[in-house]
Design a binder for this molecule. Structure first.
Ligand code: HEC
Ligand code: HEC
Ligand code: HEC
Ligand code: HEC
Length: 498
């Protein structure tokens, strides 16, 4: 090959010159690239040297960081905007149970059946956790349905309190006990080391999950960090043991089957289903785990590449801290890599989503029926032994459905994996129905009638929730307890704004 090239150049010198030109162009382009990287480093260094205030320790007040980094702060504040809706997602709240009442039945016996809203921007993390019916109405430090662990993904006050109280003690307490301490929404100190401005991991559960897998999180690349800061919260997790210790079930791997095996081996259930009595798992939001299995992660992309694209402003290039749907601004997200026009890029996303939702809707219809069939079987005298196989299938079917659905970006992040999981969920759902048919026949039941659960209110009534009472109690609590938290936080200097 090499000798043939030399001969060719001897015969036609133009080939040699062309090669020379190509190499020169390549060197020139590389030079520009290197210069742009150095320039960017220099920009960051300048920013860094022009700091106005010295930030040390865990500084939960986002406005203090804003003094030094006004561009990042201003864009971060825009996570409070509610002005964008794509076909299925966006930054506005949405009452999911109202639109898909079957979910009330799927979560019967669990707090999600009371209230579930689609996520908004990070700016609302504190408001929304206070407002949801799921956190109940705790009056003191020792009552209420939820542990303090629920605060973990909401605020930079969390690492501050963990530092003060110790990690175990933090998780062990009640949610209501920290209401006047945890007051600033997700912000700078959740992702940055104030001295170097490097990305950093502030949540122990992620570090511990890495350790149990025999990996050291200190060894990851800067590009991986651009996803791992998100993986502190956008992952599957559970509360382990009486101490409610936040744990990621990643020991045997991160696929839907690996994590199910982990829970099965620990004989773990999040709750017992109120209608079917099945031992259920609640999937949280395995955004990171699913993303890893998709085409973009395989090409080395990180969350920040699409959710925090660069903005150029005058001579300064910085990361847009308005974390939101990338479809809000396709020209600075998808189009930095893809040459397709905006409309096509948007429709790629919608196509993946629409196809996943076709299967999702089938599952929600059939799975809610299966839970009701199980209730009929119990009501007609079925025993535990007869029900065992069906209840196991219900657990497996719903775990898969929830895993795919609760990861809101999953159908785009990893379209094939999401479809695979949904297909297995539908398969397990129909297997459960077949098993339950057998039990029902053996009890002489040949006709199953299904209740009307066509609205959120009807579904909640069917599963026995007294929504008026729950809502009234929460409203009173919002008007009496929350203002006290805020006042105390202000007096103690925990809250700077508002
Ligand atoms: C400290 C925990 C935490 C970290 C770190 C975190 N998130 Fe979030 N994220 C949340 C919570 C909680 C919500 C929902 C807030 C609400 O609805 O009130 C959310 C919401 C979102 C939304 C929905 C926004 C909308 O407008 O609907 C996106 C997208 C998102 N996060 C992406 C990311 C990305 C990308 C990263 C990493 C760069 C990240 N998050 C880091 C906890 C976190
Ligand atoms: C959810 C995580 C997250 C939060 C919250 C966050 N950042 Fe960042 N920040 C990032 C990521 C990711 C980058 C890109 C870093 C990289 O590429 O190495 C970044 C980069 C930066 C940079 C470097 C210059 C640039 O823009 O790329 C500064 C300065 C910065 N952030 C300031 C802030 C400030 C101030 C806040 C709070 C108002 C904040 N960040 C909140 C994740 C976060
Ligand atoms: C290749 C681009 C890309 C990358 C990389 C990416 N996402 Fe997304 N993400 C999207 C798109 C597109 C959507 C769907 C937005 C829509 O429908 O409006 C989305 C949706 C989401 C949502 C749901 C938003 C909502 O309003 O409910 C979350 C949360 C999210 N992504 C988090 C992440 C996390 C965490 C990572 C990294 C582990 C990540 N994304 C990596 C493109 C990306
Ligand atoms: C940082 C670069 C980058 C960004 C930003 C990016 N992509 Fe990609 N995308 C890639 C690469 C690389 C591939 C793999 C290309 C290939 O193998 O031909 C890919 C593949 C795809 C594919 C084909 C997926 C498959 O199954 O193979 C689609 C569709 C796509 N991207 C859409 C989008 C959309 C929509 C956005 C914005 C929300 C986006 N991308 C943002 C780099 C990017």
């Amino acid at each position: 090959m090499y000798t043939r090239l030399t001969e060719a150049i001897k015969r036609k010198p133009i080939i040699g010159w062309s090669l020379f030109a190509v190499v020169m162009v390549a060197v020139f382009v590389l030079g520009i690239l290197a210069a742009s990287i150095t320039e960017r480093r220099a920009e960051i260094a300048t920013l860094f040297n022009n700091k106005k205030v010295a930030i040390e320790g865990i500084e939960p007040h986002n406005e203090v960081w804003g003094e030094n980094y006004p561009r990042e702060y201003t864009t971060w504040k825009k996570t409070g905007d509610m002005d964008f809706r794509s076909k299925h997602l966006g930054n506005m709240p949405e009452d999911v149970l109202e639109n898909r009442p079957e979910m009330v039945l799927l979560w019967a016996g669990y707090a999600f059946a009371q209230d579930y809203s689609a996520p908004r921007g990070h700016f609302y993390a504190i408001d929304d956790i206070r407002a949801t019916l799921r956190t109940g109405s705790p009056e003191g430090d020792t009552d209420g349905p939820q542990p303090a662990t629920c605060w973990t993904c909401k605020s930079p006050d969390v690492p501050r309190m963990m530092h003060e109280m110790g990690i175990e003690n933090f998780y062990k307490g009640k949610w209501g006990a920290l209401g006047d301490e945890i007051v600033n929404p997700i912000g700078c100190a959740d992702c940055h080391d104030p001295l170097t401005m490097n990305l950093t991991i502030t949540r122990p559960a992620l570090v511990e999950a890495f350790e149990r897998q025999g990996r050291d999180i200190a060894d990851v690349t800067p590009q991986e960090m651009r996803s791992l800061v998100c993986a502190q919260c956008h992952v599957e997790y559970y509360f382990q043991g009486d101490g409610k210790y936040l744990t990621f079930p990643w020991d045997g791997g991160c696929t839907v089957e690996d994590m199910e095996k982990y829970y099965d081996e620990a004989d773990y259930a999040d709750w017992t289903h109120a209608i079917s009595k099945a031992p259920m798992l609640k999937a949280q939001h395995p955004d990171y785990e699913l993303f890893l299995l998709g085409p973009h992660a395989k090409r080395g992309l990180s969350c920040a590449d699409c959710h925090m694209p660069y903005i150029s402003e005058g001579g300064i290039k910085y990361s847009n801290h308005q974390i939101v749907s990338p479809l809000k601004n396709i020209s600075s997200t998808c189009q930095t890599c893809h040459r397709d026009d905006e409309e096509s890029l948007r429709s790629y996303v919608y196509e993946y989503q629409d196809k996943a939702l076709e299967i999702r809707d089938r599952i929600e219809t059939e799975l809610s029926k299966a839970h009701i069939m199980a209730k009929m079987a119990w009501d007609n005298g079925a025993n535990e032994e007869q029900m065992k196989a069906s209840l196991q299938l219900l657990r497996q079917a719903q775990w898969r459905w929830d895993f795919a659905v609760a990861s809101h970006g999953g159908s785009f992040h990893a379209p094939v994996e999401t479809q695979r999981i949904l297909a297995h969920s539908l398969d397990k759902t129909l297997q459960a129905q077949l098993e339950l048919q057998k039990v029902l026949f053996s009890k002489g039941v040949t006709d199953v009638t299904f209740p009307d659960i066509s609205t959120k209110a009807k579904a909640q009534e069917y599963i026995g929730l007294d929504m008026n009472q729950l809502r009234d109690k929460k409203d009173t609590w919002n008007e009496t307890v929350v203002p006290k938290w805020i006042e105390k936080a202000k007096n103690n200097g925990r809250l700077a704004m508002k």
